[in-house]
Design a protein around this ligand. Structure first.
Ligand code: COA
Ligand code: ZN
Length: 299
């Protein structure tokens, strides 16, 4: 199973404490050292709207210069893609909401306007020797519109495919998905788009994050996003809380006998250090409880 750590982007963008660039880089280096195979390190959005990520260029450049782990950056539009590529991004993901109102609040464009940039973003990435993927937010529900029709998601996946993108992240931005809904959507996406790679991105807002991961695994999904300690949320989704906690996710997969290549103990240490940086406790369970104790058997 492939786990992508999105805490430095999705997590930090919702933290009120302005985290120093050096601490972000220490966090990213720690995540890489623990074996995370891919890290979403930042996003190239308007710095006046998301001041927490105003150091995107420096974070990306330094991460690329110092780490061998795959890194990627989120972009809201072509301008963001150009900034990311200028800073050397080897991979970027363009975010578009499946729901019209959410997309307008998040990136100030209609879904059609954002979709019309997919080709240009993919072409710019190709020219820069980078890969481009799509991230679809509010796939399971919208804070403004409620239910989101499955067709709104499949239309965007189709558009990504037409633009030459081979990978799509399916996000439950506000944590409203339930395991049956997740299974059904994943099963349909895999059936309709057999050549597309899907990553599932859950928020644990209502405590269903890991249950949804298991439902997605049952439907054949092998790629997931998580954030260290479960930090995060979304500044444009009222009430949204953190991602599925990477530690809890990796620990669960380990206990299920599924290999991720990620080591839990260094992540626990890193998570405790991060709590100090952020000035508050993080919601992850394994951060508190540690890994399951191995009880010595009586001989
Ligand atoms: N990065 C930096 N500046 C950007 C930019 C980007 N990605 N996209 C546009 N701009 C600049 C333009 O160059 C222009 O600057 P100028 O006035 O000096 O010429 C100005 O912003 C307005 O451009 P416009 O195309 O009208 O953008 P906008 O104001 O409608 O903003 C977004 C669009 C997407 C950049 C903005 O809404 C945004 O950053 N949203 C944040 C989304 C987010 O982070 N959500 C959470 C994660 S999903
Ligand atoms: Zn998210």
């Amino acid at each position: 199973m492939h786990v992508c750590e999105v805490g430095p982007r999705d997590g930090l963008q919702n933290e009120t404490v302005l985290v120093a660039t050096s601490d972000k880089l220490r966090l990213i280096a720690g995540l890489a050292a623990a074996g995370l195979p891919e890290i979403e390190v930042t996003s190239f959005v308007r710095p006046d709207l998301i001041p927490q990520l105003a150091d995107a260029e420096e974070v990306l450049r330094t991460a690329l210069a110092t780490l061998s782990t795959r890194v990627r950056a989120l972009v809201p539009n072509l301008r963001g893609a150009e900034r990311a590529l200028q800073a050397g991004a080897p991979a970027l993901l363009q975010v578009i909401g499946a729901s019209e109102t959410f997309n307008r609040k998040n990136v100030r464009r209609s879904v059609a306007e954002s979709s019309s940039e997919l080709h240009a973003v993919a072409a710019a990435a190709r020219r820069g020797g980078a890969t481009a993927m799509l991230s679809v937010s509010t796939c399971f529900g919208c804070p403004y519109e409620g239910d989101v029709p499955v067709e709104a998601v499949t239309r965007l996946v189709e558009a990504a495919g037409r633009a030459g993108m081979l990978r799509v992240e399916i996000c439950d931005t506000i944590g409203v998905a339930n395991p049956r809904q997740v299974y059904a959507l994943c099963e349909q996406l895999r059936r309709e788009f057999p050549d597309m790679r899907f990553e599932l991105h859950f928020h644990d807002t209502r405590g269903l994050g890991l249950a949804n991961v298991v439902a997605a695994i049952d439907a054949g999904i092998v790629e997931f996003a998580g954030s260290l300690g479960g930090m995060g949320g979304c500044p444009f989704a009222p009430g949204a809380t953190g991602n599925v906690c990477t530690l809890d996710l990796v620990n669960m997969l380990n206990e299920m006998g599924v290999r991720t290549g990620v080591r839990v103990e260094p992540l626990i240490e890193l998570g405790r250090w991060l709590e100090g940086v952020l000035g508050h406790r993080l919601p992850g369970h394994v951060l508190r409880a540690g890994v399951q104790p191995v009880v010595a058997k009586e001989s």
